[in-house]
Design a protein around this ligand. Structure first.
Ligand code: OXD
Ligand code: MN
Length: 597
């Protein structure tokens, strides 16, 4: 399918290593996709769902030991350890290749090696990057066909160039002791072996679009970020775009597909979805910051997706969707916890065992039918709120950047940072409290700068540096904000309704970015002045609003100590701009204390 010598040679070398029985090039046609689906069904790798209820949909179950990204087995392999930095696992490239080659050797015997040419970003856009993934998994191929632009036309675009990311994946024997997710940014290469879970094996997503892309973006002068992108249309038809970074499990997909509250809908406000997970940002010729979503689909968490949390997601996944590790019923239907409708009387759980409602484990805890990290893979074009601009090779111009985390006390509902540099500091100190869905002590704070902790492909201190420098080059930079939807009262209940109501906060952010909304200066940033956050038709007491915006000096002193100990690991490499912001915050908080006495 190609005359590209570099590509041909690499495919043949990798085939020699993995020894597949045959090699199939993915051409992106509907006919080939159909053949692959039939093969996957025949082999049992996929189950076709009820055609009436779920047209074009399939079900897949991963190995029970392979249900999430394995950060402990994920490595950045650079010649120098310092280039990977203290927040990444590191291996010397030669050692990493040697170790993984042991697992890849002969791993595809008796199997097919698929060659998937794909583009992250619209074909031919200055933003876009081409990758080739070699894999022995049909599930990977069918997911990549949803999540990326894949097929013959990518090869035409690539021509004779050897400028593509080389991705090699094999399920091998799915042994967690022989599993590695390796990134070689200096070689523009990814090797993933021993896993079949999306985040580890759809190499265009986290591996290329974040880890490798972050490395490339620093060299080439742009940003690769773990951000959703959405447009907010006001009643005059003007659309403002924002990009927002939240750690995993903080509702990025829900926010990106938000349905405005009635009061806003009646006035003509609309929300447009550009992306829910990844944003690539470049400075445009007009001096503004422009963003694209490099993906073409959603790989979203199923549990918790329901008509209240995300009706647009429910509509998106009605057809042509792959469901992984949800509950399957005998008649080809599916279900998940906190979804729609009553649980079925019986079914087969994500781990293949019979399930019925009310099932508990030895300690009396309910056994879920769907894995908490079960997923849907669905095409973005099926989303009712998909933006007409989602595929624009120029991207969309950003009015604001939003950072957020899950903090039950500390951070107010929303605040605006004082400058780009202060915004970078706020991003760099982002944190979330650990939820039941993650390892670690519940309530413990995990620092997750710009939500990139598991995804930054180089030293995080250099990443802060890059953000600071990059800001200096943007003539008309977007303003940077921080939000916290997760504040709780003493009784432990959330005090902000969230979901669609979050538009009220985004509305203030946009008006503020255009200097059309009032604010009050606090030591941590600007918060909405009284009456500036539109609360029409929202039942919320003045006392709750006060709690939502409370800035407790004691909590912030503790937080400041947390910043300092997090930054300590970067030593001298931490940029001066971050140090300056730390001292400025410390001073503002100290002054506040004197002031309130
Ligand atoms: C994801 C993640 O799957 O961030 O998007 O973990
Ligand atoms: Mn993500």
């Amino acid at each position: 399918m190609t005359q590209n010598r570099a590509l041909q040679q690499w495919v043949s070398e990798m085939a020699q290593l993995c020894q597949p029985e045959r090699i199939v090039w993915i051409d992106g046609t509907a006919e080939q996709k159909k053949v692959l689906e039939e093969e996957a069904v025949a082999s049992g790798e996929m189950i076709r769902l009820d055609e009436q209820k779920w047209p074009g949909c399939f079900y897949h179950r991963t190995a029970t030991n392979d249900v999430a990204r394995t950060e402990q087995l994920t490595y950045i392999c650079t010649s120098k350890k310092e280039d990977a930095g203290p927040t990444n696992n590191w291996m010397k490239p030669a050692e990493a290749y040697r170790q993984a080659a042991l697992y890849f050797r002969g791993a595809m015997k008796g199997r097919t090696m698929y060659v998937i040419p794909f583009s992250m970003g619209p074909l031919g856009s200055p933003f876009s990057k081409i990758g080739i993934e070699l894999t022995d998994s049909i599930y990977v191929v069918l997911n990549m066909l949803i999540m990326t632009r894949a097929g013959r036309e990518i090869l035409e675009q690539l021509g004779e160039s050897d400028n593509f990311t080389r991705g090699l994946h094999s399920k091998a024997d799915l042994d967690p002791n022989r599993r590695l997710i390796l990134h070689f940014p200096e070689d523009n290469t990814i090797w993933s072996v021993g896993s079949g879970y999306g985040g580890n094996v759809l190499l265009g997503k986290k591996c290329l679009s974040l880890r490798i892309a972050s490395w490339l973006s620093r060299r080439e002068g742009w940003l690769a970020e773990h951000m959703l992108i959405m447009g907010i249309e006001d009643p005059t038809g003007k659309i403002d775009y924002i990009a927002a970074a939240f750690p995993s499990a903080c509702g990025k997909t829900n926010l990106a597909m938000l349905i405005p509250p009635e009061h806003f809908r009646a006035q003509g406000y609309k929300v447009w979805t550009v992306g829910d997970d990844i944003a690539w940002l470049r400075i445009g010729e007009d001096g503004r910051l422009w963003a694209i979503n490099p993906e073409t689909g959603f790989f979203g968490v199923a549990p918790g997706t329901n008509a209240q949390s995300n009706p647009n997601a429910l509509a998106t996944i009605r057809r042509n969707t792959i469901f992984t590790n949800v509950l399957l019923t005998e008649d080809g239907d599916i279900w998940w916890e906190d979804g729609e409708g009553e649980p079925p009387a019986s079914g087969i759980a994500w781990d293949g065992r019979p399930w019925k409602p009310g099932l508990t484990d030895d300690s009396g805890r309910p056994i879920p039918g769907a894995h908490p990290n079960s997923r849907f893979t669905a095409p973005i074009v099926q989303c009712p709120s998909v933006s007409p601009e989602w595929d624009n090779p120029r991207g969309v111009p950003l009015t604001a950047i939003v950072f957020g985390g899950r903090r039950s006390r500390l951070a107010p509902l929303v605040y605006e940072t004082f400058s780009w540099q202060h915004g970078v500091y706020v991003g760099a100190t982002m944190a979330s409290e650990i939820t039941a869905a993650q390892y670690g002590k519940q309530g413990q704070v995990r620092r997750d700068p710009m939500a990139m902790l598991p995804f930054c492909g180089y030293n995080m201190a250099d990443y802060f540096h890059h953000w600071l420098n990059f800001g200096k080059k943007i003539e008309k930079p977007p303003k940077i904000f921080h939000v916290n939807w997760f504040r709780k009262n003493e009784a432990g209940d959330f005090i902000w309704p969230g979901f669609g109501e979050n538009l009220r906060v985004l509305n203030w952010i946009i008006r503020r970015a255009h200097n059309q909304a009032g604010a009050v200066r606090t030591p941590i940033g600007f918060v909405p002045a009284e009456g500036e956050l539109d609360l029409t038709n929202l039942e919320i007491s003045g006392e709750t609003i006060e709690q939502l915006f409370a800035i407790d000096p004691k909590d912030w002193q503790k937080e400041l100590a947390g910043h300092s100990s997090f930054f300590a690991q970067f030593g001298d490499r931490l940029p001066q701009g971050i140090r300056d912001e730390y001292h400025a915050l410390k001073e503002r908080l100290a002054l506040e204390r004197i002031g309130t006495k």
